[in-house]
Write a protein that binds this ligand. Structure first.
Ligand SMILES: [Zn+2]
Length: 463
């Protein structure tokens, strides 16, 4: 019989929202579920998320908690389950994606779908992106159900398909076709994290409150084909190279939003004086171009966080050394600040290229423009309060991802989304995400489950 709290009589005076879960058991269960999940091959482009959705559904069925599977296409499944509150506040959504990126098996030191654990580290595709978040969110929901925790908000678990391809068959489908099932005031999704040092002590926590949006473009130059011995002014390779070069050289103007302003403000407080001076310079009224160069020298990530960025990634053209081809192609990976208007951006880029013969063709835009999630919300303050309680003195920073997640669609739909997941080592913040030997530290993963539980109670619990 678990002891809920020391003095039963106290409950009459001050009912405790937080039950007292058996953390050893829950953490073991969450790890088991995570290993079960990574053993299911839900890699893109096929996804087959139905495998993961069915696994989770069968666990919920056993516990008597209703859930529903929605298929946008055969096999492309998302799972929804809900624990009800008293309805005095709008729901909290816990989101994770069930799909993973494809693997190049030959590159791996482990079977990517075996779930090998060595020295406290789980090596598997999806271990850190994003099945840790899925397993953690799932077990928080399950425990709310088991403990019958009194809640002001419904808490909804959503495991979605297709995040890695932009979310069209997952979060976008769910918002458009089953929006009533997942309507919420706040969401907690991937992309934020704790950061730990060599002794597994936390050095900071990052809550993702904003992200850039992919606005990739293809460029196509057409011209007259001919013999290489007779130069032609409309040689598509030369024309395209000039256009790509101008885009590469073009620096979009720096711009801070609420998230990045607060990020650099807090970063300055915990950085050594030299770095802090750089952060404070770009936060000042009139930062100089040199200040931004110094920021870039500290990290290319900081550089990308303050502007819409332009990276040429593919060049194609020509097939024989003595033939001028009739076409040449390029792809440019553009990552826009979250509120950047795409049409205005593309017309600006055409001006920058200054090559009328080069066509600009935007890729399909799966991630909508949106406003960052507010920092003065109950959700963000909930994270701050819980982390300060559990890890006093460890700084908490709001961050803007340079990559994209399903939070773009949530934010565009008016759901304030906050990214938080299992912690990563400070010497390898990407932890092999999308690469070979993707991994997750088990103990920080299990800490994450407990942190998430407390955050959910802080945001959704009845007091
Ligand atoms: Zn992900």
């Amino acid at each position: 019989m678990p002891i809920r709290h020391g003095l039963a009589g106290l409950a009459l005076l001050a009912p405790l929202a937080a039950a007292d879960p058996d953390w050893r058991q829950i953490k073991a269960e969450a790890l088991d579920t995570l290993v079960e999940l990574v053993r299911l091959d839900t890699s893109q482009p096929d996804g087959n998320e139905i495998l993961a959705a069915r696994l989770l559904k069968s666990k919920l069925d056993r516990e008597g908690l209703a859930s529903e599977i929605f298929e946008s296409e055969p096999g492309r499944a998302s799972l929804v389950a809900r624990v009800s509150g008293n309805g005095s506040k709008r729901p909290l959504l816990l989101l994770g994606h069930l799909d993973v990126v494809a693997v190049e098996r030959d590159e791996w030191s482990f079977d990517p779908f075996e779930g090998a654990i060595r020295d406290g580290i789980l090596y598997a595709r999806g271990s850190s992106d994003d099945k840790g978040v899925v397993a953690g969110s799932f077990h928080v929901l399950l425990e709310l159900h088991r403990q019958k925790v009194p809640l002001d908000r419904d808490v909804i678990f959503l495991g979605v398909a297709d995040e890695e391809a932009g979310g069209t068959l997952g979060i976008t489908y769910m918002l458009q076709r089953h929006g009533d099932k997942i309507a919420a005031e706040y969401a907690i999704n991937e992309a934020g994290k704790g950061v730990f040092d060599r002794t597994l002590d936390y050095v900071r926590f990052e809550i993702q409150t904003a992200e850039k949006t992919p606005r990739r473009i293809d460029l196509r130059a057409a011209g007259t084909s001919g013999h290489g011995s007779i130069p032609l002014l409309d040689n598509p390779i030369g024309v395209l190279a000039r256009a790509v070069g101008r885009l590469f050289d073009h620096e979009m103007p720096p711009r801070l939003n609420e998230t990045t302003r607060e990020y650099f403000t807090r970063l300055a407080e915990i950085s050594d004086p030299d770095k802090a001076a750089v952060f404070r310079a770009i936060l000042s009224d009139k930062p100089s171009p040199e200040d931004y160069e110094r920021l870039r020298a500290l990290s290319p990530v900081y550089h990308s966080m303050v502007r819409t960025s332009i990276s040429p990634t593919i060049l194609r053209g020509g097939y024989l050394k003595n033939v001028i081809p009739s076409e040449a192609h390029a792809t440019v990976d553009i990552r826009a600040l979250p509120d950047e208007d795409p049409e205005r951006l593309f017309s600006l880029l055409k001006q920058v290229m200054a090559e009328p013969a080069v066509d600009l063709v935007p890729h399909p835009q799966t991630r909508p423009s949106h406003d960052p999630s507010p920092l003065l919300s109950d959700a963000f303050k909930g994270f701050e309060a819980v982390l300060e309680r559990m890890y006093p003195g460890v700084p908490v920073l709001p961050t803007m991802s340079t990559g994209a997640t399903d939070s773009a669609q949530l934010r565009a739909a008016g759901i304030h989304s906050y990214g938080f997941g299992p912690a990563r080592p400070e010497w390898d913040l990407a932890s092999g995400i999308h690469g070979k030997d993707e991994y997750l530290y088990v103990e920080p993963f299990q800490d994450y489950v407990e942190i998430l539980w407390n955050v959910v109670l802080e945001i959704a619990g009845s007091d």
